[in-house]
Design a protein around this ligand. Sequence first.
Ligand code: MG
Ligand code: ZN
Length: 220
Amino acid sequence: MELKVFQRVMASNDAIANEYRAVLKKHNITVFNFMSAPGSGKTSLLEWTINEFKDKMRIAVIEGDIKGDLDAQRILKTGVPVYQINTDGACHLDAFMISQVLPKIDLNAFDVLFIENIGNLVCPAEFYIGADYNVMLLSTPEGSDKPTKYPLMFSRADVLLINKIDLIPYVNFNFEELTNSLNEIKPGLKILKISCKTGEGLKDWYQWLSYATNVNLVRP
Ligand code: MG
Ligand code: ZN
């Protein structure tokens, strides 16, 4: 009985997501859904990424938080528009929430939409929000065992950024354990090592993103 109810909720979620996704496609907007545990560096990655790309493409951001607008305030400083969703307790974004925000955004004015999901390794992976790409972050202090413990989240990732590689000397993070488990969960998943503290590795992420958005970077 409960399972049936859950499936019905999911079906309506996906129908809403597919509906606005078609509209976003019509406007040539590429949508990225950033997911990770709290504190992995989603907002820091967005700050770096927006500063790198804001002169090359028109970016809008949707910030998901249970409460408050601390991350939105940080993003606003980069100069791009930010639309805040407060879930008031819900630990994920769903398609209905996104559909409520989209009418506030002039879809002719943007090429890319970044959505920062609620920090959580569990249910954000269960709710399809119509993104073209799921970008997942795992920071080294969280440990290399996380794909084994939260396989659904990692199976939904289109690219995995291992953040805080500058902390590797101080934490137990075993890349072999990570790649072994990911070979089971999501074979071929693109893994990039980055530090949003030092900027190390971000060039590879920028390159991935520019391919994903079909933005032709100026060649030297
Ligand atoms: Mg954040
Ligand atoms: Zn949730």
